[in-house]
Design a protein around this ligand. Sequence first.
Ligand code: BGC
Length: 766
Amino acid sequence: MKTLFSSVKALLLFLFTLPFYNASAQKKGDDPKMNAFVSSLMSRMTLDEKIGQLNLVTGGVPTTGSVVNKGIEESIKKGNIGGMFGIWGADKVKQVQDIAVKNSRLHIPMIFGLDVIHGHETVFPIPLGVSATWDMGLIEQSAHIAAKEATAEGLNWVFSPMVDIARDPRWGRISEGAGEDPWLGSQIAKAMVKGYQGSSMMNADAVMACVKHFALYGGAEAGREYNTVDMSLIKMYQDYLPPYKAAVDAGAGSFMSSFNTINGVPATGNRWLLTKLLRDQWGFKGFVVSDYTAVNELTNHGLGDLQTVSALALKAGLDMDMVGEGFLTTLKQSLKEGKVTQQEIDLACRRVLEAKYKLGLFNNPYKSIDPAREDKDVLTPENRAFSRKIAEHSFVLLKNNKQTLPLKKSGTIALVGPLADNHSEMLGTWVVAGDPKKSVSVREGIKNVAGNDVNVLYAKGSNITEDSLLNARSFFFGMKQEKDSRSPQQMIDEAVETAKKADVVVAVVGESANMSGESSSRSDINIPESQRDLLRALVQTGKPLVIVLFNGRPLTLVWENKHADAILDAWAPGTEAGNAIADVLFGNYNPAGKITATFPQSVGQIPIYYNHKNTGRPYDPAAPAKFKSDYIDISNDPLFPFGYGLSYTTFNYGDIKLNKTNLKGNETLKATVKVTNTGKYAGEEVVQLYISDPVASISRSVKELKGYQKISLQPGESRMVTFDINTAALKFYNDQLVYDWEPGQFIIQIGTNSSDIHSASVQWLK
Ligand code: BGC
């Protein structure tokens, strides 16, 4: 049996990694006019010019590796560059486009990209925060506004959305994605692509999305940045690939390959991934760019010298080489030596030119370059108002004892913490164009919102960290943390004195913007020690303590959860940070965000995620026993489960009512719960639907999110919330990677988060 299983597995792996010639990958795009245009242009291009289209250079910002490009102007004139990222602003982009369009032989326009990750000049919350809104309308609009601002500054391509599933909060880039769930991640991927690309990429306010990082980057071992990824095909298909696939289905124009390995072959040189899966199975029609110097890095992965790895990447299905110039400097030689074919170079060149065509750049290379729009469309009061709104919706109320929040608009507040009177940390990680100086600090926000009856006393209380190594290593793009020169004790003493004079203490603490994000993995995910010392001292004052938390990842907050009276998770809220936080603190908006990544009690529980398997010896807290799947020093429970988040009001869930309990084939199951607002405030609630499949041919997750509805209820109001469920929600990948459902029992679960749920059982037969 074991041998049979191993040989089936080996055959599968062989089939999936087979580097065979694939006829369908050679097909041209679908639009005959575009095909004719591109064919005619390519018939006039030299080999060097074709290879030039595959070369993406950086104009300098951001640089996330040690290599930057030189001699760009000359290269553009020679037709050696297809696109550029790292510059923005109508004038600047125009200058560079001028060189390509006026001074290169064939006048081929360049494509201009940038890391527009959570807004452009108007910055929205970090993506992990945005995902906590569970509001696809807001998410799509955030991408649309970012596209509008980016195009006004001459850009036509954004390196977003990042759709990597992440279940390991040590990994700093968990902040850039939508958390741990494949179903929710897929909805968000679609909304982002739609928001960026609009109804047509030809529109002056639309950009081409670049879905990243393909693939599985979030599965890095030990949460260590750029580390190896190694996972089963079932896990890949079931849990990690769906959001990328959803982005293809939504029409994403481009993809970025990831740095990590997949089945031992780095993504950037992985033909199974970039051609067989992405193009042949999923029907992706756009182009694939490497991540920053990822082609060159194939050498460190052990795949050969630059010429060898560049040929490998091209043959795998990579079309554009970011920064490393491996394609530019070696493909010609490889063609001569028969290591790549003319057809392979042509195909990549065609895909890049098609992207430019789809963006309308051949009609008008200056399409979105309009200095008037820069004044009209960027950082407008409307965009700022939207940023404030989406930030409010992203906040998650993690704790609220005895209704400490909302605060009264009277009395004295002690505002403390290194993030309370701070502009530089409001925007979060991966902000390239946003200006921290234009952000609203929490201190300013409270002043704007609280009114004259509130007396606000301020003390910094601590530095973000006293750990000089952590301090030095959490800088990104030259950002520096301001450090107070007073001793930690002096700062704490001042904060304690301030707290004693107040009715309530609001401590704004947590991670600095770049303690998460790229190259910011942490092995300890506590609030930095200097700030915990401050919190400990504040607790001793006996004053009610509200923590406003800044974080780019789930943190271990066991102590804080025990001692603080209220915790509001604000992530990194963006340009309108302070106003949005104050709106929520004072109850102008009742928080409704729900976390999309599990908060562990301890780093030792990682990876921890709600849709895990049962194991053969599941631990039952009601009947503790030895030899069960557990720890001897901590429970299996997370601190806060996936989907968790409180409100200033309370919601009661009735039992699930089903329209039938025995179903067949394509019938629809209607599952209804009555949700009642039992508190004093109007509020929104994300009603979540999970399904489990207790008996199947493979071991299934204990439950999987399959839907949700975000509803709004007045105090005392009830609503019947109905989910229509059909067999699409029951499907999964079996051990042959066939996506189907199997008849039998299913447990329908509806509730306020992934742990607090009501259940009902049905039989569903084929
Ligand atoms: C990151 C990408 C980013 C690229 C360009 C890389 O280091 O991994 O997410 O888009 O740099 O800035």
